[in-house]
Design a protein around this ligand. Structure first.
Ligand code: ADP
Ligand code: SF4
Ligand code: MG
Length: 375
């Protein structure tokens, strides 16, 4: 399984970002699964940009396509049943979707690393922790066994695992959930990735350990300047750490913007629902927690109009009949809601936080009915 390091290979992370481009640009990415039950529209038009040192939060309910989006970027989706139906994933000017499996093996772990959702299924129970942590170094950097072992101890120490000299020779079942999550982070950080994707790395952990894990990733980011993509179903988790946030609903990006735009100037009712489900926000507004009622639609039979219409408290006839077009604000902030540009609508229904705090709203012309077709 271990492949010899190819000395001719140039790490993409050492290459300059072409002028005018971002570190990572996901552009209208579409990935569908072709199954016996029909076509699962798992990722349907996802777009975002990410720069070095930035953190992107990807937020949405379970089944909204967060993990599949990440796995598609990493080239980890089996095709078939998966199929790329459109879009680009530009990393330092290279389209990852056009790379061969061999090239992607260099990218994975080395340039872009991922902490997977479930550490127990991602760690191999029959191999010692040290071997798993340092596998990438052997693969991508040509480390000898001895060098890899020493570096594994350093990495375990770095992520706060006590007695790393002893722990390095233990097996996954000898680690607690929190410690296994740390091992996953050590593995992901081993080769100093340019982009670190963390897929719900804190879900199974208690609050104190969650905070430690997040802090650890941020420390590493400050040291290395890497970008982080933090996937979570809980908007509260990324409230303090994300520079940008993409809200996903039913395989679609519902809204994307800076953290300020999402929290203080959101233009999508689904985002409002997520904001209102954050306990602190509920207290802030002096209202009880308001969960979003109902369930997301099947990704095989999506509603004809807006995918959120069956659950949206503000849905109109138009919402049920017509799929919303993308509204894009001045800064790149976008929303897939028919009424995103309607200041009256937003002013009336958005949670208080969207209007009372934060930065100047992006330049959005007010929808002024009285002017008719004049302008
Ligand atoms: N191999 C697969 N075949 C068919 N459907 C899949 C496959 N993997 C994931 N899906 C579907 O894709 C959708 C998005 O899944 P996922 O990205 O895991 O959601 P999230 O991470 O947001 O909880 C789900 O409806 C899931 O059932
Ligand atoms: S388009 Fe309509 S249903 Fe969809 S989020 Fe906007 S208001 Fe709600
Ligand atoms: Mg997931």
């Amino acid at each position: 399984m271990a492949r010899k390091k190819n000395d001719n290979y140039v790490d993409l992370k050492t290459q300059p970002i072409p002028e005018g481009q971002h570190l990572l640009e996901v552009d209208d990415l579409k990935m569908y699964f072709h199954t016996e039950d029909g076509i699962v529209h798992a990722v349907d038009g996802v777009s975002y940009t990410l720069d070095r040192g930035e953190t992107l939060g990807v937020v949405g309910e379970s089944g909204s396509g967060k993990s599949v989006t990440a796995m598609t970027i990493m080239g980890l989706i089996s095709m078939p049943p998966g199929k790329i139906e459109g879009g680009r994933v530009m990393y330092r000017g290279h389209n990852l979707l056009e790379m061969s499996e061999e090239e992607m093996q260099h990218v994975r772990g080395n340039d872009i690393a991922m902490i997977f959702q479930d550490p127990m299924t991602s760690l191999n129970p029959v191999y010692k922790i040290g071997r798993q942590v340092s596998e990438g170094l052997r693969l991508h950097r040509g480390y000898t066994k001895q060098q890899a072992h020493e570096r594994a101890i350093e990495l375990l120490d770095l992520v706060g695992i006590p007695e790393p000299e002893k722990r390095v020779d233990q097996y996954p079942h000898q680690f607690s959930g929190g410690m296994r999550q740390r091992v996953m982070i050590a593995m992901a950080l081993a080769c100093d990735p340019d982009v670190l994707i963390a897929d719900e790395p804190t879900t199974a952990l208690d609050v104190t350990i969650q905070a430690q894990i997040v802090e650890l990733m941020q420390e590493m980011q400050q040291k290395n300047g890497n970008a982080i993509i933090m996937i979570t179903h809980d908007l509260g988790v990324v409230a303090d750490m994300a520079d940008k946030i993409m809200v996903m609903y039913a395989g679609h990006p519902a809204e994307f913007g800076t953290a300020d735009e999402i929290f203080y100037n959101s233009r999508h009712p689904y985002t409002w629902g997520l904001i209102r489900s954050i306990p602190e926000q509920a207290i802030d507004e002096k209202k009880p927690l308001t969960p979003i009622h109902g369930n997301p639609p099947s990704l095989v039979n999506l509603p004809k109009g807006c995918a959120f219409a069956p659950r949206c408290p503000y849905a109109t006839e138009r919402c049920h009949a017509e799929r919303p077009q993308k509204w894009t604000g001045a800064s790149g902030h976008y929303s897939m809601c028919h009424y995103a540009d309607d200041d009256e609508f937003v002013g009336k229904y958005a949670p208080d936080t969207s209007r009372s705090r934060g930065t100047v709203p992006s330049a959005i012309p007010a929808a002024d009915e009285s002017k008719g077709g004049e302008a």
